[in-house]
Design a protein around this ligand. Structure first.
Ligand SMILES: *Cc1c(COP(=O)(O)O)cnc(C)c1O
Length: 411
C-alpha cells in the first residue's frame, strides 16, 4: 500500500453504474429480451418471464412468495397497502433513505414517524424504534442502508412483542444476511428495487416478498388493480393501482437474476479489499458490520472525522473527486423530513392530508430528537462501487484515498 507522495497517481476511469462500463448487461439479457418480443406477449398476466422471476426470487430469498412490480417505490407502496393502515396511523421509519420509501406512506394516508439511527451503522435500532412507538403505530419500515443489515433479531423481538408488522426496505441490500438468513425474510414483507444503480437492474423495477399468505395475496391484488384473477367471481375488491412489471423488463430481470449471487460475492470481496487497504488510516473508519451480519455493499462508506482533515469531509471529498472518484459526502445531504414534501406538508391540493391527522409529537422534527441521524449524515462519505470493478480499480481507490487522506490530515 506504500504510496510515493511525490509521484501523483496516474488517473484511471472507474466503471460507472449509470452505463455499460459498470453494468453487466449483455448477451443473456439480449437473448431473453428477444424471446419475449418474439413471443408477442408483453404483459405479465399472460407471459412467462415475470412469473419465472417471481419463482426464482422467492427461491433465492427462501420465502413463500415474491411478486414483481414496476419500481422499488411501487414495491414499498404495495407493502404498505397490504398492511392497510387507517388514515392517520403511523409508520415508523428512518430519515436517511430514498424518498421513494416515504411517499408511499403518505399515499396510503399514514404518517411517517422518524426514529433516530445509530450513527455508526446508519440504521434504525430496536432502541430508537421503541422510543417512536405510539398507540397509532401500524408498521415499522426498516431500511438496510448501503447493504448493511439492521439488527433484525432485536427489532423483530420488539415488533412481535407489540404486534406490529415489519417491512424491510432491501433496495440496497440484495443478498445481505443475518445469521445466514437473508434480509427481507426476517420481517413480514421484503421490498427490493431494480433501478439503474442497484445490485441487479432493469433500469426500473421492483419486487415484494413475504411468507405470510394473507399479506402476499393482498400484495398480488394491489399490483393488479385488486382484480381477482382466477377467482370464481372476480371483482375489483379495493382501491389499488396497476403496478405490474411487463415482460420486457421481466426478461432482463431473469437474466440479471442468474448473476445476482456472483455480483454479491464480487461486491463483498472488493469491500474486504477496501477495508484491508484503508483500516489503518487515522480520521477514517471503515464500515461497522456486526459479527453475525453479511453486508453486501451497495455502496462502500467511510465514516470521516471532519475535524481531522483540511477542509473537513468536503475537503477530503474534493481531493477524491480531483482523482475522479465520484464520492458523495453526506449521502442525501439532509434528513428526509427537511424536504419540502414533508417539512411543508405538500400533499393533496392544499389539504395537507394526511398530516392533518398527525399527533403533534409525530411531526415534531426538532434537531435534538435526531442526534444519530445528523451525526451520520455529517460524517458519511459514500464511495461508488459496482460489479465491474477490477483489482486495478479497487487498488486505485485505495491508493487515492490514502494519498488524499495523508495530504489533508491535520491530526
Ligand atoms: C432505490 C431505493 C428506493 C426506491 O426504489 P426505486 O426503484 O428507485 O423506486 C427505496 N428505498 C431505498 C432505500 C432505495 O435505495
Amino acid at each position: 500500500m506504500a504510496t510515493d507522495l511525490k509521484a501523483p497517481l496516474e488517473k484511471i476511469q472507474l466503471p460507472s453504474d449509470q452505463d455499460a462500463t459498470g453494468r453487466e448487461l449483455g448477451d443473456d439479457e439480449m437473448v431473453a429480451l428477444a424471446e419475449a418480443i418474439e413471443s408477442g406477449t408483453l404483459t405479465s398476466t399472460k407471459g412467462k418471464f415475470v412469473k419465472r422471476l417471481e419463482e426464482e426470487f422467492a427461491a433465492y430469498m427462501g420465502v413463500e412468495s415474491a411478486y414483481a412490480c414496476s419500481h422499488g417505490t411501487a414495491a414499498l407502496h404495495t407493502a404498505l397497502a397490504a398492511i392497510d393502515p387507517e388514515p392517520g396511523d403511523e409508520v415508523i421509519t428512518t430519515a436517511i433513505t430514498d424518498m421513494g420509501a416515504l411517499t408511499p406512506i403518505l399515499y396510503q394516508s399514514a404518517i411517517p414517524v422518524f426514529a433516530d439511527v445509530d450513527p455508526l451503522t446508519y440504521n434504525l435500532t430496536a432502541e430508537t424504534i421503541e422510543k417512536a412507538i405510539s398507540p397509532k403505530t401500524k408498521a415499522i419500515m426498516v431500511t438496510h442502508l448501503f447493504g448493511n443489515p439492521a439488527r433484525m433479531g432485536e427489532i423483530m423481538e420488539l415488533a412481535r412483542s407489540r404486534n406490529i408488522p415489519v417491512i424491510e426496505d432491501c433496495a440496497q441490500a440484495f443478498g445481505a444476511e443475518l445469521d445466514g438468513v437473508k434480509v427481507g425474510a426476517w420481517g413480514d414483507i421484503g421490498c427490493f428495487s431494480l433501478q439503474q444503480g442497484k445490485h441487479i437492474t432493469t433500469g426500473e423495477g421492483g419486487i415484494v416478498t413475504s411468507n405470510d399468505p394473507d399479506l402476499a395475496r393482498r400484495m398480488y391484488l394491489f399490483i393488479n388493480k385488486a382484480w381477482g384473477y382466477g377467482d370464481a367471481k372476480p371483482d375489483h375488491y379495493f382501491l389499488a393501482l396497476n403496478y405490474r412489471m411487463n415482460e420486457l423488463t421481466g426478461a432482463v430481470a431473469v437474466a440479471q437474476m442468474q448473476k445476482l449471487g456472483d455480483f454479491v460475492e464480487r461486491r463483498t470481496r472488493m469491500a474486504a479489499q477496501l477495508t484491508a487497504g484503508l483500516s489503518d488510516l487515522p480520521g477514517l473508519s471503515t464500515p461497522a458490520v456486526d459479527a453475525n451480519a453479511k453486508h453486501t455493499y451497495w455502496k462502500y462508506c467511510l465514516r470521516v472525522d471532519g475535524d481531522k482533515f483540511e477542509g473537513g469531509i468536503d475537503g477530503l471529498a474534493k481531493g477524491l473527486r480531483e482523482r475522479d472518484i465520484l464520492c458523495a459526502p453526506r449521502y442525501i445531504q439532509k434528513p428526509a423530513f427537511e424536504c419540502q414534501v414533508i417539512r411543508d406538508q405538500r400533499t393533496f391540493g392544499n389539504s395537507r392530508f394526511p398530516f392533518t391527522l398527525a399527533r403533534p409529537e409525530a411531526v415534531d422534527y426538532s434537531r435534538d430528537k435526531f442526534p444519530g441521524t445528523y451525526e451520520a449524515l455529517a460524517s458519511v462519505l459514500v464511495l461508488p462501487l459496482n460489479e465491474k470493478y477490477t483489482d486495478q480499480h479497487v487498488n486505485y481507490v485505495i491508493d487515492s484515498i490514502r494519498d488524499a487522506a495523508t495530504q489533508l490530515f491535520k491530526g
